[in-house]
Design a protein around this ligand. Structure first.
Ligand code: ADP
Length: 570
């Protein structure tokens, strides 16, 4: 029977393990493994960095488009101010060009070329005092004159063919001793037919580009990007395509956040600003560092989640196996209790029937039978009281009736009722009761039942050496009730478990002894309800000492009877 039960409980445990492993552990482990592998792949293949770079590329392409759109709009606005080559005298046209220069201080040179009438070339008058500007004026006027003379017709045709009536030419000019980037717009006048070799144009002032246009444009681009919600602040820079870092002077413009370092991604500009490069990066950090941080954080989160998951599983396993064990204990309990009920009942019936039949001849024998019937019914009552108490406790309905009690008297009376049984079973009985203990507020029935349970256990679980000691004394403001035996004892590992409901130790003597596994759990509940505790000291084969400690705080008065301890032996 025992073996079978063990097998089934082992089987239950195995099923539980299997379910947990298959249904939870395996998918969880797979999930954790896949995620770790995934993160590792992300780190190895620099997936994040690539994604950031793609983003940057896209941003740069959009930025170039925005820069170009702005330049085109500005160019179109200037073009709209251009005089028609067919109305007015040459000096009228010259005045119109001068007007453009005065209206748009960001224009360095402005010109109108008509194949028939030649080149009208004007430059910002207030800058003509600058030697380099003056030289630039001379050089460009001469160059454009000659060049357009030869190329204008083809250029106009080409621009019409490509349907792009504006085109730009980059140039390097010397201003205040250093070279600067300048771009010049050439355009066809839209109101003219495409076979007229007429071209207008103007140069963007290099200082304007460097000091105003690019800085403003970069800030605007970054501000726009920020509103789109990137966590890290961006920085952008414009520099010559052949710039390899180092000499910061050559950088054309950089946004406020650009402190140092190379751009993360760069894009060579085409069309309007050919020869320039637009670079982008994060302020104060690099994409690599960001990627690394992200991967590290993900690893950490995954690690913490894994630990939580494993912790949860262990906890679940622990709880479920506890439930399984409890279920087993409960089924043991039912069979134990039924067994315990059956034995006294059949004894009572047997002796009662014998008495009824009148077969008993001697008075002594009859008295013995009566005593057996009384003893067995007392045992039944005790068992049923235990079960009732237990069910009340389980349902949370157990109520205690605390009253001022002379505890020494209570203990003495309870033991007296048992004295005969103790001695009859051949036990040496020692009792030491400190009668000077003040009255305490306790539930008499509950404390009496605790003592009965402890004494019963001592009697039940003693084999060779039959000794029972009961001691009631005070120690450090605590009331102690000790029940000592020299019986089979309890293994250390089981000492905490015996106070759990239904628990019975594995000792063979315990299995052959009737019991429900409820007694000690009741004792503990009662002790705790009184603000106290019950403890055990025990060594297998040597015996056990159960100590019920109750606080003396509720002590109110000294009992009238101050008699000291008494000891009895048999
Ligand atoms: P029961 O005695 O009905 O089995 P208890 O709750 O009173 O239930 O005790 C629980 C278990 O603790 C017992 O089954 C026994 O294994 C162990 N035990 C209790 N008292 C003693 C004792 N004095 N000596 C040895 N073992 C004990």
């Amino acid at each position: 029977m025992n073996l079978k039960r063990k097998f089934w409980s082992g089987n239950n445990r195995f099923r539980l393990m299997l379910t947990l492993d298959l249904a939870v552990m395996l998918p969880a482990a797979a999930l954790i493994y896949v995620n770790f592998a995934h993160l590792k792949a992300i780190r190895r293949d620099k997936v994040l960095e690539a994604a950031f770079h793609r983003d940057f590329q896209e941003m740069l392409a959009i930025s170039e488009k925005k820069i170009n759109r702005k330049i085109y709009t500005m160019t179109e606005e200037v073009r709209d101010l251009f005089p028609s080559p067919d109305t007015g005298t040459e000096s009228d046209k010259g005045r119109r060009l001068d007007l453009i220069l005065s209206k748009s201080p960001w224009v360095s040179h402005v010109f109108l070329f008509d194949h028939e009438k030649g080149l009208l070339f004007r430059s910002q008058p207030q800058q003509m005092s600058d030697r380099y500007f003056c030289e630039e004026h001379e050089r460009l006027a001469e160059m454009f004159g000659g060049w357009l003379g030869m190329e204008a017709k083809m250029m106009v045709e080409g621009m019409h063919k490509r349907n792009r009536l504006i085109t730009f030419y980059p140039d390097q000019v010397k201003r205040a001793g250093s070279y600067s980037y300048m771009t010049t717009a050439f355009f066809c006048l839209p109101q003219l037919s495409k076979d007229r070799a007429v071209l207008g144009g103007f140069s963007f002032d290099p200082n304007y580009l460097k000091q105003t246009f690019f800085p403003e444009m970069l800030e605007e681009l970054i501000a726009h990007k920020l509103t789109e919600g990137g966590g890290n602040q961006l920085a952008m820079m414009v520099y010559p395509a052949d710039y390899e870092g180092g000499n910061g002077d050559k950088v054309l413009a950089a946004s406020a956040g650009w402190t140092e370092g190379k751009p993360e991604v760069s894009r060579n500009l085409d069309d309007v600003f050919r020869g320039l490069t637009l670079g982008i990066k994060y302020q104060g950090t690099s994409v690599e560092a960001l990627g690394r941080r992200w991967v590290q954080r993900s690893f950490l989160i995954l690690g913490v989640l894994s630990v939580l998951l494993i912790g949860g599983l262990v906890l679940t396993y622990h709880n479920v196996s506890k439930e399984v064990a409890l279920a087993r204990l409960k089924s043991d309990f039912v069979s134990n209790v039924s067994h315990e009920l059956r034995t006294p009942l059949s004894l009572i019936r047997l002796y009662a029937e014998t008495l009824e039949l009148g077969r008993i001849t001697t008075q002594e024998k009859a008295e013995e039978y009566y005593r057996i019937i009384r003893k067995e019914s007392e045992r039944l009552t005790a068992l049923i009281n235990n079960i009732l108490d237990f069910s009340r406790i389980e349902a949370g309905r157990k109520e205690y009736d605390f009253r001022e009690t002379n505890i020494a008297e209570l203990v003495r009376n309870t033991l007296d009722a048992y004295r005969y049984q103790i001695e009859e079973q051949g036990f040496t009985f020692e009792q030491s009761i400190d009668s000077s203990i003040p009255t305490v507020r306790v539930d008499r029935e509950a404390i009496g039942r605790s003592l009965v349970n402890l004494v019963n256990n001592a009697l039940k679980y003693s084999a060779d050496e039959k000794f029972l000691g009961v001691k009631l004394y005070r120690a450090d403001g605590v009331l102690k009730l000790e029940v000592v035996d020299r019986g089979i004892g309890i293994a250390r590992g089981e000492q905490s478990k015996i106070f759990e409901k239904f628990y019975r130790t594995c000792d063979p003597l315990v299995h052959n002894t009737k019991g429900s596994g409820l007694g000690l759990s009741l004792v503990r509940h009662i002790a705790q309800a009184h603000g106290g505790e019950v403890e055990v000291e025990s060594a297998p084969g040597k015996g056990s000492k159960f100590t019920l400690s109750l606080p003396l705080a509720g002590a109110t008065r000294q009992p009238a009877n101050e008699a000291s301890s008494g000891a009895t032996a048999s």
